[in-house]
Design a protein around this ligand. Sequence first.
Ligand code: BV8
Length: 253
Amino acid sequence: MTTIPLELVQKLRVAQQVVVLTGAGVSAESGIPTFRAAQTGLWAQYNPAELATPQAFQKNPRLVWEWYTWRRELVAQAKPNPAHFALVQMQKYVSQFTLITQNVDGLHQQAGSQSVMELHGNINRTKCFQQEHLVASWSPTEAIPPHCPYCGGLLRPDVVWFGENIPTLVFQSAREATEQCDMFFSIGTSSLVYPAALLPLIARQATRVEINSETTPLTSQVHFTLRGSAAQLLPALINLTWATHEPLNPIPE
Ligand code: BV8
């Protein structure tokens, strides 16, 4: 595991506004395959970026619905890992902390993070394709996908597909926090999907840190690179920075 520079610890200890952007690499050690890792089993022959589009859904709604059903079952079995819990801790020690995620698995909230900004939606929420009615439940049906109880449209996951806009207010809040922060962490993301990948580039004024098991297009743009597993590096960073400090904002356990 890479060493954690003392200068990074010292900067984090005095940081007032910290923004963290996470990607699928943070959930990898919860057993959820990252977006670019080969899909397993039945889904190995599909490219996620080709399934996660409105066009794919319109062309084959059953296939796309079943892909998400498979992923929802993976997410249901997954538990937050030490990377998620370390970010809950970080939120307690930083006076203004913003967590922005590209992940759709809800594990940050499950771990206890507050006010998570979900850029790409949440796989556990369902809406209708036609009129975006949010649908919490639907009567048992043979139809795959099921139909919206309000308008009869086809149900789909409430995630942002490629070619769809990020929820405007969410991205605006994420952008504002990024423009004001003094430290920006990019954790477990390949930095290939936009506009999320723009955020670290907007944080020109901040000390930028990347935590990733591999190099990404962002690596050359950051001040500190921690090469390795987020589930190992984040707890180590939190411990080095605040082990002897009282939390500023204790979040109820
Ligand atoms: C948009 C939800 C405006 C769905 C996702 C042509 C037409 C239209 C748009 C575009 C276009 N060309 C480009 C675009 C823009 C497009 C885009 O960016 N495409 C890419 C492929 C180039 N973006 C969009 O379409 C966005 N909307 O632009 O709207 C617009 C509208 C209309 C027309 C034009 C423009 C919407 C993008 C949102 C897509 N939805 N998810 C679902 O999940 O099913 S994105 C999807 O990829 C996931 O959310 C995922 O999080 C995200 C990014 O991937 P990562 O999280 O980074 O995961 P990845 O597997 O890639 O990498 C994991 C990383 O972790 C790796 O670096 C690995 O090394 C590291 N790692 C692994 N294990 C660990 C680890 N690190 C640390 N520890 C470990 N243990």
